[in-house]
Ligand binder design. Structure first.
Ligand code: XIL
Length: 364
């Protein structure tokens, strides 16, 4: 599986002859192989989501995380209910710990997220209304993105703002923010985030953009139209996050359609990141070998397509090890066997999915 870097005769001579070439080659082979090094060789960044609770409790996990990852997304610790538990109270303790962890281990950090219809604290739902919601939103973004100013690689400013099934003509989700503020909440959020942290890349992040299914085709179109109108009105947006929560048994994948969508997004001068990739195994056979093989195939099919787009700057999985994945609860198997959606197994050993990701980086 390990592809040896090609060292051409010319390059070898330029480097000072065969001896130096051999030294370089041996050095490369001796380098510990990790997803972050495979990614970095193609100027990409690889990382994963993780929770404060897991990174701080499990040293072995933290060690493997640092070995494999160059960027970290706090899985829940920056969400509204965690970081803004009361109207006038912010709790930065977990986020600050993660920032320190990231600094110590040369990890970049993503911000996730500033506006979402989920994980909203009870107080917000009880007190927000069309009159005060804008100032609550602005205060939150100024405070949170301001607190981490200069420390965040990219913020998911608006998460999951499109839901075509809600019936809005532009496909906008009828989220609490939409109900309170109408469609302008999206532009407002990006502008305030840009003010609070001028250095961070600002992303729109969403799921169900991957397959050739009527609902996902419609969703891609609505997301593209949203991004286009934001760019046209001068909203400071820099990228699209593809969550890429994929399905093991789903076969309706159309590489050409996905490629075209990504090219369209790139034509708006937007970067693209795969922000939350995992492959659920509900509906796949129990047998580990067969299951891992099928999951690995999905990783490779998807990433080899997405990485063809030059504006893609990185890939994150939603978790690193099968020991800690939201899918255990969110998408359990019918036979209740432990789920296997991520690159490392429960003992933090690389699975076939790890190899698929490495190979996808390598063949870019
Ligand atoms: C999930 C977390 O992984 C869970 O622990 C939590 O209970 C719910 O949220 N899309 C997103 C993420 O943008 O924030 C979600 O994370 C997964 C789907």
């Amino acid at each position: 599986m390990v592809k040896i870097p090609k060292i051409t005769r010319r390059k070898a001579m330029y480097l000072g002859g065969a001896t130096l070439a051999t030294t370089l080659l041996t050095g490369w082979l001796k380098q510990p192989k990790s997803l972050k090094t495979y990614a970095a060789r193609k100027e990409l960044i690889y990382g994963a989501a993780a929770a404060y609770s897991k990174l701080s409790e499990n040293q072995e996990f933290a060690k493997r995380f640092i070995e494999e990852c160059a960027i970290l997304t706090p899985e829940n610790d920056l969400k509204w209910h965690k970081i803004h538990p009361k109207p006038n109270q912010y709790d930065f303790s977990r986020g600050d710990w993660l920032i320190e962890f990231a600094k110590r281990h040369q990890l970049q950090m993503r911000g996730h997220n500033l506006v979402w219809h989920q994980s909203l604290p009870k107080w917000l739902k009880e007190t927000a209304n069309p009159q005060n919601a804008e100032s609550i939103l602005k205060d939150h973004i100024m405070t949170v993105a301001g607190h981490y100013q200069g420390l965040i690689h990219s913020w998911d400013v608006v998460n999951e703002g499109i839901e075509v099934r809600d019936g809005h003509p532009l496909g906008l989700r009828k989220s609490p923010w939409f109900q309170w503020l109408g469609k302008d909440y999206i532009d407002i959020a990006f502008r305030v985030a840009a003010e609070a942290d001028p250095n961070a890349l600002l992303f729109y992040n969403d799921y169900d953009l991957d397959y050739d299914l009527p609902h996902q085709n419609a969703k891609r179109e609505a997301v593209f139209n949203l991004l286009k109108s934001l760019k046209e009105q001068g909203t400071p947006i820099h990228g699209l996050g593809l969550q890429a929560h994929l399905s093991g048994p789903e076969t309706r994948f159309n590489a050409e359609k996905l490629r075209q969508f990504l090219a369209d997004v790139a034509s708006l001068d937007l970067k693209i990141m795969v922000t939350e990739m995992d492959v659920h195994d509900r509906g796949l056979p129990y047998d580990y070998e067969e299951r891992d093989r099928r999951i690995a195939e999905v990783y490779e099919m998807y990433l080899s397509t997405v990485l063809e787009e030059p504006n893609v700057i990185g890939v994150l999985t939603w978790g690193l090890s099968d020991r800690y994945t939201w899918l255990s609860k969110h998408r359990p198997r019918n036979d209740n066997a432990p789920v296997r959606p991520l690159p490392l197994d429960r003992e933090f050993k690389p699975k076939l999915a790890w190899e698929s990701i490495a190979r996808s980086f390598d063949s870019k």
